[in-house]
Structures are given as structure tokens and as C-alpha cells.
Ligand binder design. Structure first.
Ligand code: SF4
Length: 213
């Protein structure tokens, strides 16, 4: 699909994707807790991630308190999360950095966020868009897979996919783009067994047209 075609069709397709996708559940809206939740989420199911982050929030309630937490306590609370040992240390260190380097306030730009250990481009973009309303497109596994299937991106590299999407997705849709795509990816354009027959955008999708040849 050419960029011009993709741009022209994007609004129509995204409206249909939105129509097919259930509302996204946001466990937190405060930047610090969105950051903690996103750090915990790698290779972990949403319900497990949300429960672990909520347990930390209920116990500590602030970056300052979490920065003083004991490793064993935090580990115990997030033990069902993937890579919990690394992440327990990470969230305590993260809390310390936010308190000591940023006076308790999560920085509002990507470059600064990405200087924090464990915070990559995707996490930074999630925090910017979901908790601060700053336009950014977070490319997680759902966004990567779906973009490639539809033909919005030709690359397997999230950074290149983000660049491709920034040319196609109107800037006013960047905030909220990832959560819609995540729900679409969980319910319709699933990693295994995408529900292409009932998908309302199948006639625009490269994957589907190749499959139907
Ligand atoms: S047609 Fe299939 S592969 Fe294409 S977006 Fe829909 S569910 Fe995904």
C-alpha cells in the first residue's frame, strides 16, 4: 500500500477498527503509576500486570514511599509478573530516580524518560500519550503485528514502524491510537487465528488479500 493510499484510507479504517474494539481499561492515569505499570507489563498478561501495579500502589501510594521499599516486599507483591526479580529492582530504582532527579515529577519528554534504566521508546511513548496527552505512537507487539499485516508498515522493527505510522496516522489520533490497536489485537487481529472473515477492514488489508488469492 502506498503512503498516499494509506493516508486516504486511514480514517475510514481506524473508525472501523474502533468500532470492532472493546473500550481499553486504563488501570491508572497518573504518570508515575502508568510508568510503573508499563515497566511491569513486558511479557506479562494485562490482568497480572494491573493487579501487581495496583498492589504496589495500595501499599506505597507514591514514588517516595516506593523508593524506600524493601526489595523482598516488592518482589513478593509482583511475583506473578514475568522477570519479577529484575523488575522489582527496576521499579524501586525508578521511584528513586523520579524522586531524586526529577523532584517526584515524571519528565514530560521522551529523551529524558529514556535515560531511566528499563524505559525504552515504547514505554516512554505510552507514558507520554496515555498519561500526559502528549502526541506519541507506542509500538508494542499488537501495533507492530497489525501494522505489518494491514500494510501500514513493511518493517519488523518497532522504530521503523513508528516512523511509518507517523506518516499515515494524523497527529490528532496519536493519543489513543495504541490502546485501540491493543484491544483490536486482543479480540480480532489476534496473534494466532486472526478473525479475518468478520473483520470490517479485510478488504483493505494486505494480509487478507494475500490469503484470499
Ligand atoms: S483482515 Fe485479518 S489480518 Fe487484516 S486487520 Fe483484519 S483481522 Fe487483521
Amino acid at each position: 500500500m502506498k503512503i498516499t493510499d494509506a493516508k486516504r484510507d486511514f480514517r475510514l479504517m481506524f473508525d472501523l477498527i474502533r468500532e470492532m474494539s472493546p473500550p481499553h481499561h486504563f488501570e491508572f492515569s497518573e504518570p508515575f503509576w502508568v510508568l510503573v505499570t508499563t515497566l511491569l507489563s513486558h511479557r506479562t498478561k494485562d490482568q497480572v500486570t494491573d493487579a501487581a501495579a495496583r498492589a504496589l500502589y495500595n501499599r506505597y501510594g507514591s514514588a517516595e514511599n516506593l523508593s524506600r521499599a524493601s526489595y523482598d516486599d516488592v518482589l513478593n507483591m509482583i511475583s506473578k509478573v514475568g522477570f519479577c526479580k529484575v523488575k522489582a529492582r527496576r521499579v524501586i530504582d525508578l521511584a528513586g530516580i523520579i524522586v531524586n532527579r526529577y523532584e517526584g515529577k515524571v519528565p514530560e519528554n521522551r529523551e529524558e524518560l529514556m535515560t531511566i534504566p528499563g524505559v525504552g521508546r515504547k514505554t516512554a511513548n505510552v507514558v507520554l500519550s496515555d498519561s500526559m496527552g502528549i502526541p506519541a505512537i507506542a509500538v508494542d507487539t499488537h501495533v507492530q503485528r497489525i501494522s505489518k499485516r494491514i500494510g501500514w508498515s513493511r518493517s519488523d522493527e518497532p522504530e521503523k514502524t513508528e516512523e511509518a505510522l507517523m506518516k499515515i496516522v494524523p497527529r490528532e489520533e496519536w493519543v489513543g491510537f495504541n490502546p485501540v490497536m491493543v484491544e483490536f489485537g486482543k479480540t480480532v487481529c489476534r496473534p494466532v487465528g486472526p478473525r479475518c472473515q468478520k473483520c470490517l477492514i479485510n478488504k483493505y488489508c494486505d494480509f487478507y488479500s494475500k490469503k484470499s488469492e
